[in-house]
Design a protein around this ligand. Structure first.
Ligand code: NOJ
Length: 885
């Protein structure tokens, strides 16, 4: 593979491609003897039931016009046109990371699919926004949405049709998991709000958002199938699936997301890219998803099985061996339809979903073409770098799409900064103090801010993790640059080893920068293959030693942490000279001024932890450790059920070092005058679902083979993927149709179902979102500094319900504007029917377990700071009740 790529790629710009390609190629080459349909044994009690056929798209009212238009177009498509648009044209076969096939005769273009959730991967003149975990730490809905709009403007500006974000899976079940930082926090509601508002923002610009990775992709190692080993199986019970991991996907679908990307791993033994229960059953029936489902890159492991199970688009299109013109679909899907293995009906639905989504987002009107290349940084280059012989041409037009988004990025990075400790009001600092700065994390990577492909190294300020979820920095405003621009008495030691022989003055303030990194599995950084295997939850580069040595030398030490997730602080957090600790998360390009505005007190910190920080790793349930099984299918069984992160700590009475939602301010707030109003009366089950609307109908007879013949005199690009067949092959396929014996899976059917009672619209039964109670609370700044407060609302279920439920669960949150001293603001929050329900596995529906019972809706500034409760039974809110945490 290296040889092929070496001949194609010149210079550094290709090294990321080689890395990723080597990984995929290895996995793919090893995959040849997999039987994609045969499942391996998983622990007893976990099932992936069959669900067939794929529900037709188009039954939701909000999509009917798009489906009407799509049906007109698709009914005029030939077989080869339909199979062409459902598949990528191959790895490196176009400017973007994914390039679908087109139907130019009908004006349906190739779609450009591009990473990443935090900015445009491998491009130029675009913003490197703060990562999802940073956005989650703001707890600010308006900032989440603003970032989504800005991302949408940038992706559209580069001519990208499909934005490969947001990431809401992984949820953060495993603190060491490599890609938790791409998402918004280890709670389904925080993750759901982050994902849904990002989708709304991105799609407001006409860009199709992609919610990923569906589902239970909670660790990086062993995620992919290969012949030596299948990808791991996440084994989960139905209730935990619904109440935790599916929740953000449901909200994303309710927000109208256009596409869903499947995960690499299996769930309950069946690979996500061909798991009919997940795709046909949950996504397209229960959650009413109307867009299209794409595979993660090279996650597809079968042709017919994946089509029947509900996959609509194969990405990047390659089959067993990438870059050689091999595919599970394209010409093979044409063949499978001609020989009757894949019903025409299924292909029609796949194509219609893709075409309808483009109409739904308005991309049929004035949508720009791609003007950049993910493969190279020069103005010209190969148009199809994966082809055997590729023409060259203009690939990068260097369109500046930053549109002043730096300010949004900076505001998020600033408002995410989470102050964990601030003894004696050490912070904020005066700019005229004497500062000694320690740690390489304080300054840019000395080899260049983009010197590591896909940010696959931990050098200098950590603005993002590594892998496909990254972007190139247009610049990096580093902490040292920002501090020295405001303070004159600064000495920086650009090392992670504490210097010897320092002269320390009593008035010196030490600022110690440490970090912890993680990323995607195709890159290993300092022994960590995506997940934090080697580093564990410790700061990297001996960060603990650096802090301890600084704390031994200086009387005032401020620790600033850039991190992908929780790290252990116990070695130094209680040292007397460690006076303040700031978690700046992953700030993207705006690491500097966002930090100095907090350090020097321009604004008060207002970030809150999007996860729990434990005292030590042994406090987590053992089932959330990384799995490391080298033989057979790794089994990752979710025996902890609903009890992850704070739900686990509360259930076991473990007081963590810092609780989920914790975050200090320079000022103090009081919550008063809370009110609760009943809105929609509860019933034990959601009301009857609306019936499905009509979906497009097409002829379902096998088309003539001529619809898939290679066109005469076509000059092909070798190794590019095409959907045509040789005449003789197409004819033979049709001839085989009458005797075809495709081994359809158990439970296979072609009769459309009425649909689940839990369904009815995008996201599920619409009455699940009926507001049950409105809550308002007056937040007053009673301190001495302007600042923003976050009101977090957690539900405590009534005692004695028949379902084991976590002690408290986040259900809503709101952040104030910046409140001046003594200023107040009324915040309004709400809980829906679903917020007060549990998923009943027998009924297969959401049930309010105690309609008349009193739920307590707790309000506070953190999950362990709940001092105001509202009881739904008596409709009263009171301070002074004993919080359960
Ligand atoms: C694999 C990653 O898991 C996914 O998130 C990404 O969008 C694709 N590669 C494309 O780069």
């Amino acid at each position: 593979m290296d040889l092929i790529l070496d001949s194609l790629c010149k210079g550094m710009a290709c090294s990321y491609a080689k890395l990723q390609c080597n990984h995929y190629a290895w996995s793919n080459l090893l995959r040849t003897s997999i039987n994609p349909v045969k499942r391996l044994h998983i622990p007893a009690g976990y099932v992936a039931s069959p669900y067939y056929p794929t529900p037709h798209g188009g039954w939701v009212a909000g999509w009917s016009e798009s489906y009407r238009k799509a049906a007109l177009l698709v009914s005029n498509m030939t077989l080869a046109e339909k199979t062409n648009i459902t598949c990528g044209s191959g790895y490196f076969m176009g400017r973007c990371v994914g390039n679908s096939g087109s139907a130019p005769r009908l004006g349906f273009p190739q779609l450009c699919l591009q990473d990443s959730p935090l900015g445009i991967r491998n491009s130029d003149h675009s913003t490197a926004f703060p990562a999802g975990i940073t956005v989650g730490a703001t707890w600010d809905k308006s900032l989440i949405y603003a970032r989504g709009v800005a991302l949408g403007e940038e992706f559209r500006g580069k001519g990208i049709n499909v934005h490969l974000g947001p990431t809401v899976g992984p949820l953060g079940r495993k603190p060491q998991g490599g890609r938790n930082w791409e998402g918004f926090g280890a709670d389904p509601v925080l993750q759901a709000v982050g994902g849904a508002l990002t989708i709304k923002g991105v799609q407001s610009q006409g860009v199709i958002a992609t919610i990923k990775h569906y589902i239970l992709n909670e660790q990086e190692m062993y995620r992919m199938y290969n012949v030596v080993q299948p990808g791991y199986s996440s084994n989960i019970d139905d209730r935990t699936l619904h109440e935790l991991y599916l929740w953000p996907f449901a909200e994303g679908i309710r927000a109208g997301v256009g596409s869903v990307m499947t995960a690499y791993n299996a769930v309950n033994g069946s690979a996500c890219s061909q798991n009919s229960y997940l795709l046909n059953g949950i996504l397209k029936d229960e959650l009413g998803f109307q867009g299209f489902v794409m595979s993660d890159w090279h996650a597809q492991i079968s042709g017919v099985a994946s089509a029947l199970a509900g996959l609509d688009m194969s990405m990047p299109g390659d089959g067993l061996i990438p870059l050689v013109g091999d595919s599970y679909w394209m010409y093979e899907l044409s063949r499978a339809v001609l020989n009757g293995s894949v019903p025409v009906d299924r292909l029609n639905d796949m194509a219609t979903r893709i075409v309808a989504t483009r109409y739904q987002l308005g991309q049929d009107k004035n949508y720009p073409d791609p003007n950049f290349s993910t493969h190279t940084q020069g103005p010209t280059g190969l148009l199809y770098p994966g082809a055997l012989f590729s023409p060259s041409g203009v690939v990068n037009e260097f369109v500046d799409v930053q549109f002043g988004h730096a300010e949004i990025a900076r505001n998020i990075s600033r408002d995410a900064i989470t102050m964990l400790k601030n003894v004696n009001n050490t912070l904020p600092l005066h700019t005229n103090s004497s500062f000694k700065i320690f740690g390489t994390d304080a300054q840019k990577n000395r080899h260049g801010i983009n010197s590591c492909p896909d940010q696959g190294c931990d050098e200098g300020t950590l603005g993002m993790g590594w892998g496909s979820g990254t972007a190139r920095y247009p610049y990096l405003d580093s902490p040292v640059d920002a501090i020295t621009s405001r303070a004159s008495n600064v000495k920086f030691y650009n090392s992670d080893t504490f210097p010897s022989g320092l002269t320390v003055a009593a008035r010196d303030i030490a600022l110690v920068f440490i970090n912890a990194d993680s990323g995607e599995n195709y890159i290993t950084v300092e022994g960590n293959p995506g997940d934090r295997t080697h580093a564990g939850l410790n700061a990297w580069h001996n960060g603990n030693e650096l802090v301890k040595k600084a704390a031994a030398a200086y009387g005032t030490v401020i620790v600033i942490v850039h991190t992908v997730g929780p790290i252990l602080l116990e070695e130094w957090i209680d040292l007397p000279s460690v006076q303040a600790v700031l978690f700046a998360h992953l700030p993207g390009q705006e690491a500097g001024a966002s930090l100095t505005s907090i350090l020097f007190g321009d604004v008060s910190p207002s970030g809150h932890l999007p996860y729990t920080i434990p005292n030590n790793e042994s406090e987590y349930p053992t089932s959330v450790s990384l799995i490391n099984v080298k033989i057979g299918q790794p089994q990752d069984t979710y025996t902890e059920g609903l009890y992850i992160d704070y739900r686990h700590f509360n259930a076991h009475g473990i007081k963590p070092r810092y609780a989920f939602g914790h975050g200090l301010s320079y000022t103090t707030f009081s919550f008063s005058n809370a009110t609760i109003t009943a809105v929609t009366p509860l019933t034990s089950m959601p009301l009857a679902r609306p019936p499905k609307g009509a979906t497009p109908t097409y002829r379902t007879t096998i088309p003539p083979p001529s619809e898939a013949y290679w066109p005469a005199n076509f000059s092909r690009i070798w190794h590019y993927l095409y959907s045509w067949l040789k005449e003789s092959d197409a004819d033979a396929a049709v001839a085989a149709a009458s005797t075809n014996t495709y081994p359809y899976p158990a439970g296979y059917s072609q009769t459309q179902k009425l649909g689940s009672p839990a369904s009815g619209d995008q996201g599920g039964n619409p009455t699940l979102w009926d507001i049950a109670y409105n809550i308002s609370v007056t937040v007053t700044n009673v301190g001495h500094y302007a600042g923003k407060a976050v009101a977090q609302l957690y539900v405590q279920f009534p005692p004695g319900v028949n379902y084991d439920t976590p002690v408290i669960q986040l259900r809503d949150f709101e952040k104030t504007k910046e409140l001046a001293v003594e200023e107040s603001q009324v915040l309004r929050l709400s809980v829906t029917r679903r917020d007060l329900s549990v998923w009943d596995t027998g009924m297969q529906n959401w049930i309010v377990p105690d309609i008349g019972g009193s739920y307590i809706l707790w309000l506070g500034e953190s999950s362990d700071g709940l001092n105001l409760g509202c009881a739904t039974g008596w409709l009263v809110c009171k301070g002074g009740w004993k919080s359960p945490v």
